[in-house]
Design a protein around this ligand. Structure first.
Ligand code: NOJ
Ligand code: CA
Length: 706
């Protein structure tokens, strides 16, 4: 009897549990500063809202998809199930801005299904963090549906005010645009169509690329981006300037009616919104890497973060060339007719000069561009497939000897693969090219994709290329090769999963200062980049130009910062490979500022963003992993300013020798960029300094333990 009673009570309990099963439709971040709510309206249309400290930052925003071969998923949905979980873990960055990363979030999963027709299913998963949120769509395995041909993803971000917005146009082919600062209602992306300095560009809509960062009237900072972009196309955000509203607009292809083709089951990338009450918190946020999967490669200690020099700036200045002056025979083979023009940069002798200089200055890598045959047929040619082979050096470059010489001096060669966007050739060549690198003990390559993508009709940021870039990283890992891609797909935190993804370009880099027709990067450029592009991941900006005006080479171009700012960039702009980009002779003429490049770290155990305003200035201090020494960089835009810095982050009971590289009294990015003062003081925890930055200026400090 007793047994029966217990069973009865138990089953009643179970029944009441199931019948009372709550439908959870909201989730808050662990500290409850961010709340996300989900709703289905009377039509069965899914939407969400986001609140930051109880204020609506994203108002009712609809979710949905269009397909090229099926009806849209938009209305007629019902909520089948919802569930919530919490996660609080820490993980270690194998290299990075810091060692330990806290991954603490609350998750809400909503399982939706169409009420009629095919009863297709799609889940929406939200993760609420203290520094923002991510959400993605999951297309589960289901009976009536095995392949999705996505014509567009219609994810809305309905903002509640006309934010001050820092944006680049939603170009499907390149991110190398200047940032504009306008109200959201004044975004005019089409104005940037067809910049004459870009070998490829396509801006089809009034859309922006991500990360796009916004500052609200009460100081709320938002940055929109995506995480874990895998087997999908990049997302631009179409701007409705009347309603302060953004909608995802995926990058497409001329070759297909759909923008993404996937077999079910699959998940989309995470749509991310970093939310902060001030600008420095945006940089400290680890949301993008947290939303990626853990390291799949295991031990990657064959790659070590490093500073590098290179046969590079001299080409951009026109001192030397990538090409040697060869011609092709009837069969397309490159032949030396003995008429080389004599300007070729990648010669054995020149590279040895860079190796010698690097050895003396605590720099572990030398990048060599223009070393392989094919550069005579690079920019502006339609038939670019089959031109580069990535294993055949020009006749004046003894690669094996250069590698041997470097090893003897503790300096590694960094390989260069300019593909000229001829992706089929590169895909075919990769095994050979990476195996060749491995046989030489070369572990890093800078890749390049200048020009319109071949096959024709594809764009740099579409699904075809996303897969090409990701496959390249995975293939390279098999040969212990790390990738620094130029003309890349945007960073979306995949460096966590594939830590051989070391850096990338994906912005207007230093090179624009050497040749652009629009006056180079303005003094405000990097104080915007730090709060936009840099939020996505490491930046191969290539700082350290000492000869700011380089009149001997180009009278009409220059770098638009002071020399002190060039030093500060080693700390402000994060990358595990950091170039000392100027010519050897320009460094040798300036041994005092060179000392900072020699000393500065590249791999950090901690990062503190001490102050900053988007587009105006930023000060960052980073602690070097192996030494515990600190380095500080501070940069400003075209305005001079004084910033008070408290050294509260230094170790207790430790004295440091601080060498301060600062703008001189008369420094100015244009009038007097080389005016630099160097001062050495003793520094300890809680000391305070007032930094004076000139127009377009900066401060760099090495803080070395005594
Ligand atoms: C463009 C890259 O951004 C630049 O760094 C490189 O030197 C050239 N392409 C040649 O590959
Ligand atoms: Ca720019």
């Amino acid at each position: 009897m007793k047994k029966v009673f217990i069973i009865l009570v138990l089953s009643l309990f179970l029944v009441s549990c199931t019948s009372k099963k709550e439908t959870i439709t909201e989730v808050s971040s662990p500290s409850e500063n961010i709340k996300i709510t989900f709703d289905l309206n009377a039509e069965g249309r899914a939407s969400y809202q986001v609140f930051f400290n109880n204020k609506t930052v994203i108002d009712t925003s609809y979710l949905g998809f269009d397909f090229s071969n099926a009806a849209s998923i938009s209305t007629n949905l019902e909520l089948i199930n919802s569930s919530a979980t919490s996660t609080n873990q820490t993980w270690d960055m194998v290299w990075g801005e810091q060692e330990r990363v806290v991954n603490n979030y609350n998750e809400l999963k909503l399982e939706l299904q169409e009420k009629s027709d095919l009863k297709r299913k799609v889940n929406v998963v939200f993760k609420a963090y203290n520094d923002g949120l991510g959400f993605r769509y999951e297309f589960p395995k289901q009976d009536n549906w095995d392949e999705a041909l996505i014509a567009n993803e219609n994810t809305q971000f309905n903002l509640t005010e006309d934010y001050k917005t820092f944006w680049i146009p939603g170009d499907w082919d390149i991110y190398e645009h200047l940032y504009s600062t306008t109200k959201l209602s004044e975004v005019h992306a089409l104005k940037y169509a067809n910049h004459s300095d870009l070998a490829q560009t396509y801006i089809p809509e009034n859309a922006v690329n991500t990360p796009v960062t916004m500052v609200g009237s009460d100081g709320t900072h938002l940055s929109f981006h995506e995480a874990a972009l895998v087997d999908y196309s990049g997302m631009t955000l179409k701007v409705d300037t009347d309603n302060f509203d953004l909608t995802s607009n995926l990058v497409g292809s001329k070759n297909t009616a759909y923008k993404v083709k996937r077999s079910l089951p699959f998940n989309t990338p995470w749509r991310t919104i970093q939310i902060a009450k001030n600008a420095p918190e945006l940089i400290e946020s680890k949301l993008i890497v947290n939303l990626n999967e853990p390291n799949k490669l295991g031990d990657v200690s064959w790659f070590q973060p490093m500073k590098y020099t290179g046969v590079w700036w001299e080409m951009h200045l026109g001192k030397s060339s990538w090409d040697y002056g060869m011609t092709r025979d009837d069969k397309g083979n490159w032949i030396d007719t003995g008429k080389a023009h004599g300007k070729h940069g990648a010669t054995t002798e020149n590279v040895k000069r860079f190796i010698d200089f690097s050895e003396k200055n605590n720099i572990k890598g030398v990048l060599v561009e223009g070393w392989n045959t094919g550069w005579e047929h690079w920019i502006g040619f339609e038939d670019r497939e089959g031109v580069f082979d990535f294993v055949t050096p020009y006749p004046d470059y003894d690669l094996k000897e250069v590698v041997r010489y470097g090893k003897e001096k503790g300096v590694d060669i960094i390989m260069h693969h300019e593909t000229s966007a001829a992706t089929e050739t590169y895909t075919k060549q990769q095994d050979t090219a990476f195996a060749f690198m491995q046989s030489l003990g070369i572990h890093a390559v800078k890749t390049g994709y200048v020009g319109k993508i071949l096959p024709k009709g594809e764009y740099h940021h579409g699904q075809y290329m996303v897969n090409h870039y990701n496959n390249t990283v995975e293939k390279a890992a098999k040969y212990q090769v790390a990738i620094n891609a130029h003309e890349p797909i945007k960073a979306t935190g995949l460096r966590r999963t594939y830590p051989n993804t070391i850096s990338r370009e994906g912005l207007r880099g230093q090179e624009f200062n050497a040749w652009s027709s629009d006056g180079g990067n303005p003094p405000e450029h990097l104080s915007i980049v730090a709060f936009t592009r840099m939020l996505s991941g490491p930046v191969d900006f290539t700082p350290g130009i000492f000869n700011i005006k380089f009149d001997a080479y180009k009278k009409d171009n220059q770098v638009n910062t002071t020399l002190a700012q060039q030093l500060a960039l080693y700390v402000v702009i994060y990358s595990p490979v950091q170039m000392a980009a100027d010519l050897v002779e320009h460094y040798e003429a300036n041994p005092k500022p060179l000392q900072f490049i020699k000393d500065v770290g590249v791999d950090w155990s901690a990062t503190k963003v001490l102050n900053g305003e988007v587009g105006d200035y930023v000060t960052i201090a980073r602690k070097e992993r192996n030494t515990g020494n600190w380095f500080l960089g501070s940069i400003t835009d075209e305005n001079k300013r004084s910033l008070e810095v408290k050294f509260a982050f230094l170790d207790d009971n430790q004295e440091y020798t601080a060498t301060i590289y600062k703008d001189g009294k008369n420094a100015h990015w244009n009038d007097n960029p080389l005016d630099l003062e160097i001062e050495t003081i003793t520094l300890k925890k809680n000391d305070t300094l007032t930094l004076h930055l000139a127009e377009g200026g900066g401060v760099a400090i090495s803080i070395i333990k005594k």
